[in-house]
Write a protein that binds this ligand. Structure first.
Ligand code: 5GP
Ligand code: ZN
Length: 142
């Protein structure tokens, strides 16, 4: 997975070195059609600055992306006629990330479209939720 700007396909799209069907472009964010869509209108929303994963994004850039997601979602619903959509954001190969430039998938969803995760929900042992909750508080305070 490429994670340096020089060999990053999405940086090349930002710099217009390779073409993309760009539907949105502002100072720090672009959105374009995924070339291999899960449904027509499947969008990728990316920061113009190179960052590998969500955890690498400067807060201002994360804010810039978050600010435009509702607008892009509304446009996606209008254009695709979808009944809903998923925002999917993969971090790391184990999570399905192939392109090493942080990106948000906006995926149109239709009734019975067959897409979906195996959502194998588990359960916590007695008291385990409190322990995990404490670990998060410690991590966030560090
Ligand atoms: P990931 O698996 O990393 O979350 O998703 C990467 C996405 O980028 C894939 O859905 C793939 O189809 C898309 N993609 C990869 N290369 C290109 C490209 O050159 N142009 C466009 N428009 N999409 C791309
Ligand atoms: Zn990049």
């Amino acid at each position: 997975m490429a994670s340096s700007p020089s060999d990053c396909i999405f940086c090349k799209i930002v710099q217009r070195q390779i073409p993309a069907s760009t539907i949105f472009d502002d100072d720090s964010v672009i959105a374009f059609l995924d070339v291999s869509p899960l449904a027509s209108g499947h969008l990728l929303v990316i920061p113009k600055v190179h960052a590998n994963q969500l955890i690498d994004l400067p807060e201002t850039v994360a804010s810039d992306i978050g600010r435009v997601l509702p607008q892009l979602g509304r446009a996606l619903l209008m254009v695709s006629g979808a009944d809903g959509f998923n925002v999917l954001q993969n971090n790391g190969e184990v999570a399905g990330q192939v392109v090493g430039h942080v990106h948000f998938h906006l995926i149109p969803r239709f009734k019975d479209d067959g897409l979906g995760y195996r959502w194998n929900a588990g359960a916590y042992e007695d008291g385990q939720m409190n322990d995990v909750c404490d670990l998060f508080k410690q991590a966030l305070a560090s």
